[in-house]
Structures are given as structure tokens and as C-alpha cells.
Ligand binder design. Structure first.
Ligand code: 3HC
Ligand code: NAI
Length: 647
């Protein structure tokens, strides 16, 4: 079947695009649109054209899979120009998302109508490129320079109502989109047509505006190239004639398309889309997820409960006594209050989220729960006792999960009746915000239980990555190596602040030492002490020296750095220099780039070991763990992609 079909409704032609899954603009679709313009212009009975899409969305953009290959005619900018130049006016009828090339096609249409709830946007910067088919050039002519800058430099889509207020769409419709768009087209024919986008005037907001935008975009971009290049395209579009600006945009697009950053971001794009439905799940069906229980209302339990509520699941929160339960419920309330403060939730929504949680100290409240996630103290005895209680009170088919960070899930599940329903679900803090979910099956975990873990991730909007059993699973194991490598640099005389600056320069929001000061040095210390007490040979780390000197991080006023009271700015510490002096032997100097290469190389080396042991199933899974759990810069593609590309 052709990806473009034409039907007639009297004098209105309806062009329907049907190119599943998301109507991406592959060559066949571009050709179909190209031909449709000629066909309809030649038809004397047609007075206007409605462009509409089948399936879940309007055209979602260029076909990203074609980006690695040489461009094939007809090129998208020509298709958009041709639609704009059609004798019969086109009306884009948008449902789902009109993104990137999809929105550019809509900009070529004389009018845009959108279904209530649809969104439009130019997300190309998220792929390391700029719009390549006039998005930066037509948008300012339709909605003004400021709106265009916002759209192209953030890449964030806007919903129909806002898009209409910005001038990006002409009407927001509800009900039947096709009927509404046809009626809109008929009405539009009754009035003089507006100018095509390329012919509309645009006002230059002036030098101060551009300087301000450049500073703001550079600050946000932190090393990412595309946002600033997109800004330059909009500036050109506002200051130069249409054709010249279009050529500038196209040249920028082609230049960036072949860049390392674009390759990295494409890699992440496809890795993220593959993650939720890995092939190895086969035919295994997830179990129903109608409600959930959480054991423990501390940092993680409250965050997990909040994530479950955000996904609409009713939650039972169990704590060990009434006092702890009250604390847990307060923790949850604080999370939702924060959502209201940041404008993410209305007070009514927050109240509804809280109302959907029932607290209990008696496990009987879990009698009809589909899934229970345990997030109690990281102690094997406590966790085992919890699972014994769960086994007594939950349905035999309820999925039982542990959020342990370091304990062996097999040991936690030992003695559990029906161990097929047991699984590790390792969330990251704050659990209602962080996208990563490590899914850790034991050898006994049933395929349906594993599939349920992935289904849960999809319901929560998280990125699931399957991990095998080892200390720290994928993420914390790499973190340990990363921290050890960072300490090794300090031992050879590299300044702590230099290591942090190098990693920030690489694109992390924080370096390894300042991050430890924020999270606290004591947790890892206690874990090492526990292992030592159990007879393991765990060498003394620099972190141990600091904790023994009373420096546990920001919460004790200092860790790797000093902090002035009430100030989170790290300051080099004479006391730290004194404490660590015994362990430091000056070695060769390293510049920041070399420091970052060394540390990322160590992450990738641990990743290789993890792959060889079968702990991770693919290098891209490791990249997702680092990007979504540990702040690895997305535009570098993750440690495995980055290292492989460097060769
Ligand atoms: N090209 C190729 N494949 C794409 C694609 C694209 N632009 N967008 C999505 N897909 C594929 C996905 O890989 C996935 O494939 P799979 O089923 O084989 O895994 C499938 O379509 C469904 O994607 P999602 O799971 O993301 O579907 P959702 O329904 O959750 O979301 C969407 C739909 C909001 C449209 C989302 O897919 C999306 O954001 N897509 C990317 C949009 C984008 O970035 N467009 C700009 C492209 S660059 C461009 O247009 C350049 C131009 O200026 C020249
Ligand atoms: P926390 O100390 O903040 O919370 C633990 C909660 O469990 C407390 O509220 C406590 O009252 C409750 N609790 C203890 N025993 C209980 C029992 N028998 N029944 C019911 N409730 C009980 O600890 P946190 O940080 O939330 O950690 C919980 C688990 O999550 C641990 O296994 C930890 O390793 C893991 N984890 C922690 C992360 C973090 O960043 N804090 C990240 C990922 C996992």
C-alpha cells in the first residue's frame, strides 16, 4: 500500500499519510507528498487540500534511520517549498505530535489546525542537529523571533493551546479532526488567504536580544553544540532573505548531522526506544499491575511510592510502627508539595496523589496487592524478615521485589515460597525523578515476573535496563571503579578540584568528589567496613581516611572540600590536604582532558568486564545506565559508545 493516499470530499482533497509507526519522512513519503502536490494542482475540481495522518501521530519527523546514509531526492526542504508553492492551499491537520520535519511540513502548509492535546515542536537539538527543512527560517516568520528561539534551542514541544497562542497553529479543534479540518479549509477559502510563511515579514529584536540569548543558551548547553548553532540559524533567518537563511540552515544541518555529538545522540535515541521491550522477553506476558505496595517509607520508599502514584497506581505504604509510618507519609507529602512549588502539580493533583496512598503497619493490608517493592534498611536480616511476612500475607501470584543496592537478591529471596515471583527492582534517588530502573532477575525469576518488571518501567516512564547479579549491579559497580580511579589520580598528586573540574568540563553536572560530598561519604564507608568485618580484604580508601577524620560530606560541614555554613560551594580544604598527605606521592601532571579520558576509560573498562561476565546484556544498556542514573552527558553517548568511537 502506498504511504500517501488521496480522497475527495467535494472540492477539498484529503491527503492521508500512513507510514507506521510514526509517519517518519522516509524517501517514499517525501516522494508521495511531492507527487500529491502536482496531482492536486492539476485537478481543477480541487480548491484546497487537507493533510492528515493515520495512526498514533502526525508526521513525527525525518526518518532518523536515514541519517547515517547519503541524502536521497526529493530532499525535505524542497518538499516543504513545493507544498507551500502549491496553487491550492494546504491545511495540516495535526494529531499526536508534529515534530521536526513533521512540523516543517506543517509550516509549508498555508494553515495548521491541531487537535486539542496534540503538540508541535522542533526537537532536533535533542539529536545533535538543527532543523534541516526550514524550521528555523519559517518559524520566526510565523511566530516571531523569541518564540522561534525558544522552540529550536530547547527542542521542547508545545501543546496545541499554547501553540495557538504563539501563532504556530491557526486553530485548535476537538472532536473529529478530519471533519474539523475540512470545515476549516472551506471557511478559509471564503476569505483572502494569508501570506505563505516564507513571505511573511519578521522583526529583528536587536543586538541586545541576541547577546542575551547567546549567553543563556551557552549556559544551558554545557558543551552541546547544536543549541547554539540553532540559535545562529534563527538569527540568520531574521536578518537575511528567506533563501539565504534556508541555505545557511541546510548547511548547518548537514554539518552537524555527521558530527560525533549527533552520532552519540542518535545512539541514545535508539537505545532508549529499544530498552523498554527487549527481544529476549519473547512471548512472556506481564502480570496485571492494578495496585502496588511499598515497604519502608524512607528516602527510597517514599520516592518509589510517589513514582507509582504519578503513574496512577493506588499504593499501600507499610512501615514498622506508627511513628515511622507518619514519617513516611510526611516524606511523601513533602515530595508532592515540592511538585506544587515547582509548578509541576496543582494543589488538587497533589492532594489526589496523597489520597491514593494508604498507610499501614500490618501486612494484611497487602492481601490483594499485585506488586510489592521492598525498600527497608540495607540489612539482610531485616529484608529477609520482610519477605517472610510478604509470603504470609500476599497473594501467591503477587510480584515481590527488592530495591537493594548491594545485597545479593538470591540471599534475600532464600526460603521464599514460589521464588519465581521474586525480582530486584533497583531505583535511583530521587526515585520519582530519576529515569533509570535496573531490573535484576535471579536464576529463579519467572519470565512473567521479568516481563512485569519491564511493564512497570513503561508504566512509570522509566528506562529499564536488565542487570545480572554482582556487587553493585551495573551502575554502582562502575561508580566504584570510577571513584577508585579518581582517588588514584589524587594519590598521584592531581588536585581534587582539578578532577572535578575535568569531569564537569567533560559534561557531567558534578565531579566525583563534589558528588560524594553531596550524597555523603559515610554510606560507602559503612559498606566497606561491613565487608571488612565479614573478613573481606578491602583496602583503605582516601574516603575512609576522611570519614575517620569526621568528614562525611556537606552534612558535616566538609568532606573532600570545606563548606561555609549555609553555602554549597566547595572550597579547597587545608585539613583534607593534611589528612591525605600520607597517601599522596606526586606523579606526572595531567591536563583536564587527559583526566576525563582516563576516568571515562576506566568506566568503559569496567563496562567491558561487566559485559564479559554477562551482567549487562549490551553496551548500549551500560550507556543508558550511566546517562540516566549517573549524569553521564547524553551528547557523549555513554562510556561504551564514547570509547568505541574513539577507537
Ligand atoms: N525516525 C525513525 N524512527 C522513529 C522516529 C523517527 N523520527 N521516531 C520514532 N521512531 C520509531 C522508534 O524508534 C520506535 O521504533 P520501534 O517501535 O521499532 O522501537 C517507534 O518509532 C515508536 O517510537 P516511540 O516508542 O518513541 O513512540 P511513542 O508513541 O512513545 O512516541 C513520538 C511517538 C512522540 C513521535 C516519538 O517517537 C518521538 O519523539 N520521535 C522522535 C521525534 C523527533 O525527534 N523528530 C525529529 C527528527 S529529526 C528531523 O525531523 C530533522 C528535520 O528537521 C530535517
Ligand atoms: P532509609 O533509611 O531512608 O529508609 C528505610 C525505611 O525502611 C525507614 O523509613 C525504616 O523505618 C523502614 N523500615 C525498616 N525496617 C522496616 C520493616 N521491617 N518494615 C517496614 N519498614 C521498615 O533508607 P533508603 O535510603 O530509603 O534505602 C532503602 C533501600 O533502598 C536500601 O536497601 C538501599 O540500599 C536501597 N537504595 C537506596 C538508595 C539511596 O540513594 N538511598 C538508592 C537505591 C537503593
Amino acid at each position: 500500500m502506498s504511504v500517501v493516499s488521496i480522497e475527495r470530499e467535494g472540492e477539498i482533497a484529503v491527503v492521508t499519510v500512513d507510514n507506521p509507526p510514526v509517519n517518519a519522512l522516509g524517501q517514499a513519503l517525501r516522494q508521495g507528498l511531492w507527487d500529491a502536490v502536482a496531482t492536486l494542482d492539476a485537478d481543477p475540481d480541487v480548491r484546497a487540500v487537507v493533510l492528515i495522518c493515520a495512526g498514533r501521530t502526525f508526521i513525527a519527523g525525518a526518518d532518523v534511520r536515514e541519517f547515517g546514509k547519503p541524502p536521497v531526492e526529493p530532499h525535505l526542504p524542497d518538499v516543504v517549498n513545493r507544498i507551500e508553492g502549491a496553487v491550492k492551499p494546504w491545511v495540516a491537520a495535526i494529531h499526536g505530535s508534529a515534530l521536526g520535519g513533521g512540523f516543517e511540513v506543517a509550516l509549508g502548509c498555508r494553515f495548521r489546525v491541531a487537535l486539542d492535546g496534540a503538540s508541535v515542536g522542533l526537537p532536533e537539538v535533542g539529536l545533535g542537529i538543527v532543523p534541516g527543512a526550514s524550521g528555523t527560517v519559517r518559524t520566526p516568520r510565523v511566530a516571531g523571533a523569541a518564540a522561534a528561539v525558544d522552540l529550536v534551542t530547547t527542542g521542547k514541544p508545545v501543546k496545541a493551546a499554547k501553540a495557538q497562542a504563539m501563532g504556530l497553529v491557526d486553530a485548535v479543534l476537538s472532536g473529529d479532526l478530519r471533519e474539523g479540518a475540512i470545515a476549516f479549509a472551506r471557511a478559509a477559502l471564503e476569505a483572502p488567504l494569508s501570506l505563505p510563511a516564507s513571505e511573511r515579514p519578521v522583526t529583528d529584536p536587536g543586538a541586545a536580544f541576541w547577546a542575551e540569548q547567546q549567553a543563556a543558551v551557552a549556559r544551558r548547553a554545557k558543551g552541546e553544540a547544536a543549541p547554539l548553532r540553532a540559535l545562529a540559524c534563527v538569527q540568520k533567518a531574521v536578518q537575511a532573505p528567506f533563501a539565504e537563511a534556508l541555505a545557511f540552515e541546510r548547511a548547518t544541518f548537514l554539518d552537524l548531522r555527521g558530527s560525533d555529538q549527533a552520532a552519540a545522540l542518535r545512539h541514545v535515541f535508539f537505545a532508549e526506544r529499544a530498552a523498554p521491550r527487549p527481544a529476549h522477553l519473547g512471548e512472556a506476558k506481564p502480570l496485571p499491575l492494578r495496585n502496588a505496595g511499598v515497604i519502608g517509607g524512607g528516602t527510597m520508599g517514599a520516592g518509589i511510592a510517589a513514582a507509582l502514584r504519578d503513574a496512577g497506581l493506588p499504593v499501600v505504604l507499610i512501615e514498622r510502627d506508627a511513628e515511622a509510618l507518619a514519617r513516611g507519609l510526611t516524606n511523601l507529602q513533602t515530595i508532592f508539595d515540592g511538585g506544587v512549588k515547582r509548578g509541576k502539580l496543582t494543589p488538587e493533583q497533589a492532594a489526589a496523589r496523597v489520597a491514593g496512598v494508604s498507610g499501614a503497619t500490618d501486612y494484611a493490608a497487602l492481601a490483594d496487592t499485585d506488586l510489592v517493592i521492598e525498600a527497608v534498611f540495607e540489612e539482610i536480616g531485616v529484608k529477609r524478615a520482610v519477605f517472610a511476612d510478604l509470603a504470609r500475607h500476599c497473594r501467591a501470584d503477587a510480584v515481590l521485589a527488592t530495591n537493594t543496592s548491594y545485597l545479593d537478591p538470591r540471599a534475600i529471596a532464600e526460603g521464599l515460597a514460589n521464588p519465581g515471583r521474586f525480582i530486584g527492582l533497583h531505583f535511583f534517588s530521587p526515585a520519582n525523578v530519576m529515569k533509570l530502573l535496573e531490573i535484576v532477575p535471579t536464576p529463579e525469576t519467572a519470565p512473567e515476573t521479568l516481563a512485569t518488571g519491564f511493564a512497570l518501567a513503561r508504566a512509570l516512564g522509566k528506562i529499564p535496563v536488565q542487570a545480572g547479579i554482582c556487587e553493585g549491579f551495573i551502575g554502582n559497580r562502575i561508580l566504584k571503579r570510577y571513584r577508585a580511579a579518581a582517588e588514584a589520580l589524587v594519590r598521584q598528586g592531581v588536585a581534587i578540584a582539578e578532577v572535578d573540574a575535568a569531569m564537569r568540563g567533560f559534561g557531567f553536572a558534578m565531579g566525583p568528589f563534589e558528588a560524594q560530598d553531596l550524597g555523603g561519604l559515610d554510606i560507602a564507608f559503612l559498606q566497606r567496613e561491613g565487608a571488612r568485618a565479614a573478613g573481606q580484604d578491602v583496602p583503605e580508601t582516601l574516603g575512609d581516611l576522611l570519614v575517620r577524620a569526621g568528614r562525611k560530606g556537606q552534612k558535616t560541614g566538609g568532606g573532600w572540600y570545606d563548606y561555609a555554613p549555609g553555602d554549597r560551594k566547595p572550597q579547597a580544604s587545608a585539613r583534607v590536604a593534611e589528612v591525605l598527605a600520607v597517601a599522596i606521592t606526586a606523579g606526572p601532571a595531567l591536563d583536564r582532558a587527559a583526566i576525563a579520558e582516563r576516568l571515562v576509560g576506566e568506566m568503559a573498562a569496567e563496562g567491558e568486564a561487566i559485559l564479559a561476565e554477562g551482567i549487562a546484556l549490551s553496551p548500549s544498556d551500560i550507556d543508558l545506565v550511566e546517562i540516566h542514573g549517573y549524569g553521564f552527558p547524553r551528547w557523549r553517548g555513554g562510556p561504551m559508545h564514547y570509547t568505541a568511537r574513539k577507537g
